[in-house]
Ligand binder design. Structure first.
Ligand code: HEM
Length: 344
């Protein structure tokens, strides 16, 4: 009987297991499987950068005795997890979210439903009761899952990536941040950008130091951008050349808030696996920013201010650009995965 419940959770609700793990003890969880049910709690086996953990989460409604109560309590846990993490919960009538895990598609393929999504986004962006930062996060969370779940990234997080994989990723970051930080410089004088950029965010010097450490003094001659990275960098340059501030913010948000969130777990995982105590992972060190959670909250407040200055179309266009930025990241992982296969 119990194996039926856990089997269903692990087969059809893999993403729900992950959300529950992240909300109730392991914010950096990269995998989570339901392994048991007791009268008092559900049990999960969770993987994060530190390894595997047993997680027991008490049923929100108190101890249970009948099988149908399990479903009710698991749904209540899922809903509470979504509320805690600020991600939209599915309606009861909807199918479970599919597992997004798999290499991503190219930016243009991923967004085949762009028009429909834009309409939804425009409505969402107009919802006066929801801060723009929340709308951005919610409308792009499935794209986040695609990026995070790309095989190349998952391999790194599961300790299956080689040091060379990590070096290849750092090299892509170099080309991305060369474009991103030039884009930020181009709009730096615009007052609407003032709340977003601060010198302590700048990553290029840290990336140069990491690459010199990982590859050697001639690192610049030995790194190559994969095609998706070139397209991604070109898009950031294009947005900046247009002087489209909200577009630059879309790219700025997707990279920097990611580095300050999941990036911190990536650093932990890579440092542990490859013995890189500081040199080689300087890119992820944002100590100069102070408390990262507070910084992210100030950043989200700046997004809310920007959202209030944009009209509904501009907000929808910016949401689209955030999704495009995620799709580029997913495509970079796909290209890195293909290059790795080709080299094997
Ligand atoms: C293994 C890979 C990843 C993991 C484990 C991960 C995990 C997370 C977690 C736990 C959060 C929520 C943190 C919080 O609310 O404070 C988060 C937020 C975020 N992540 Fe990731 N992430 C990964 C990959 C990525 C990638 C590849 C990108 C895009 C380049 C990205 C972009 C973001 C952004 C923009 C946010 C902020 C969302 C918001 O609050 O508005 N993440 N990530």
């Amino acid at each position: 009987m119990i194996s039926g419940v856990t089997g269903h959770m692990n087969g059809d609700h893999t993403d729900d297991n992950l959300l529950i793990a992240r909300a109730f003890g392991y914010p950096g969880a990269t995998a989570s499987a339901m392994v048991g049910v007791t009268e008092a709690a559900g049990l999960w086996r969770v993987t994060d950068a530190d390894g595997e953990h047993e997680l027991s989460v008490a049923w929100p409604g108190g101890p249970i005795s009948e099988r149908p109560e399990i479903r009710r309590e698991v749904v209540a846990l899922y809903t509470a997890a979504c509320a805690k993490l600020g991600v939209p919960a599915r309606g009861e009538h909807e199918e479970p979210a599919s597992s997004h895990h798999g290499a991503g598609d190219a930016a243009d393929e991923t967004h085949g439903d762009r028009a429909a999504h834009r309409e939804e986004a425009a409505e969402g962006a107009d919802a006066a009761d929801r801060p723009f930062s929340v709308v951005i996060r919610e409308s792009s969370w499935s794209d986040h899952s695609d990026s995070e779940g790309a095989t190349f990234m998952e391999d790194i997080m599961r300790g299956k990536g080689s040091l060379q994989d990590y070096i290849d990723l750092v090299a892509q970051h170099y080309f991305m941040y060369e474009a991103l930080e030039a884009a930020a410089d181009r709009v730096a004088g615009d007052p609407r950008f003032a709340g977003f950029h601060t010198p302590s965010l700048v990553r290029l010097p840290a990336l140069e130091a990491d690459l010199a450490h990982l590859i050697g003094a001639d690192w610049r001659d030995r790194i190559v951008a994969v095609p998706a990275t070139l397209e991604y960098a070109a898009r950031m340059r294009e947005v900046a050349a247009e002087g489209w501030v909200a577009g630059v913010v879309a790219h700025h948000y997707t990279r920097y808030l990611g580095d300050l969130s999941g990036g911190q777990y990536i650093a932990k995982r890579v440092a542990k696996q490859h013995g890189l105590p500081g040199a080689g992972i300087a890119f992820y060190d944002f100590a100069e920013l102070g408390d990262l959670a507070e910084f992210k909250n100030r950043y989200r407040a700046a997004l809310d201010v920007l959202g209030a200055q944009l009209d509904a179309d501009e907000r929808a266009r910016m949401l689209d650009e955030v999704r495009t930025a995620y799709a580029f990241n997913t495509a970079v992982f796909r290209d890195l995965g293909q290059a790795k296969l080709a080299a094997a």
